[in-house]
Write a protein that binds this ligand. Structure first.
Ligand code: MN
Length: 310
């Protein structure tokens, strides 16, 4: 995928945003102030003043605005060196989501995409998951689940809080879930075997394996780690979509439980909601639907205190 980054002045940035206003999409990624999607190009404007053009039409679109400061092929990934033509091989990919959200679970998905299914999976709409909206992911996830052998694990908050209180880091929880999800997929596809397993990297290899050292079955063969792995193989991009889908489903369920739509992330809006739930449904309910150790809990407590003192 072609990737062009321009550094633009504030005036130019405004122009870019008005120019692509009708193609605007919502992207809740850190540092992103505006995003748009054309048929062949994704445009992302960052707080830093950089604008990224990705896709087949990147060069054409970028040329409207200036000359590239940085031009590269694909977003830089850090991790294991991958074999040539990696994107065309039969791979199990795994990824997680929900780690930074106060409400809702951590979800992890592992997905097997054999070489002969890569075109179909792409046809169903799998691209860099960071370019996909929640609504689009909800739409395509059921089809992807029908097409690909997969495992999705949802770590609900009651379990999360228990593990956290026992001293488990998020890294350890994620490592355990990734290993488990990959194991499930390997069982499902046996005796077929993937050529590689690619984990979207959240910890160094040694740390990952230290986290799961007490597990019964530790998957080590042909396991590779890389950051931004969703750009390296559709299996990881698909895993990312399925993990997100499971997260959204669980958020729907929890929203129904509290009677309003829960906010994602961990912003001050989340503090307000947490306080509201604490007051109306009690501490136990809030505990059961949140990552209790996040600072939001303390902030919600203070909000309630303030209200009492009025
Ligand atoms: Mn990831």
């Amino acid at each position: 995928m072609t990737n062009i980054v321009l550094l633009l002045t504030n005036d130019k940035l405004q122009e870019v945003q008005s120019f692509y206003a009708t193609n605007k999409v919502i992207r809740n990624a850190p540092g992103v102030v505006f995003a748009a999607k054309l048929a062949d190009t994704a445009i992302t404007v960052y707080k830093s003043g950089k604008v990224m053009f990705q896709g087949g039409g990147a060069e054409r679109e970028a040329a409207r605005w200036g000359t590239a400061e940085v031009s590269e092929k694909g977003i830089a990934s850090k991790g294991d060196a991958l074999p040539k033509n990696f994107a065309t091989l039969s791979v199990i990919g795994s990824d997680e989501t929900g780690t930074g959200d106060y409400f809702g679970p951590i979800t992890v998905a592992a997905v097997y995409v054999p070489a002969d299914k890569i075109p179909l999976v792409q046809e169903l709409g799998v691209k860099d998951s960071k370019l996909l909206t929640d609504d689009f992911m909800r739409k395509i996830a059921p089809d992807l689940m029908k097409v690909c052998a997969h495992s999705i694990l949802t770590l609900r908050n009651d379990k999360y809080n228990t593990l956290q209180a026992k001293g488990y880091s998020q890294g350890k929880m994620k490592a355990l879930l990734h290993n488990q999800a990959i194991r499930h997929v390997l069982k499902k596809i046996a005796p077929e075997q993937p050529q590689y397993i690619l984990i979207d990297q959240f910890a160094e290899r040694a740390t990952y394996y230290r986290h799961i050292q007490r597990e019964q079955e530790i998957i080590r063969d042909n396991v590779l780690f890389s950051t931004k792995a969703e750009n390296l193989h559709v299996a990881v991009a698909t895993a990312s979509i399925l993990a997100r889908y499971a997260f959204l489903k669980e958020m729907d369920r929890l929203s129904e439980l509290v009677g309003f739509t829960l906010q994602k992330g961990a912003s001050s809006k989340v503090d307000e909601m947490a306080a509201k739930i604490w007051l109306s449904k009690g501490e136990e309910t809030l505990h059961s639907i949140s990552k209790w150790h996040f600072a939001n809990t303390e902030k919600a407590r203070r909000l309630l205190q303030k209200r009492k003192n009025l």
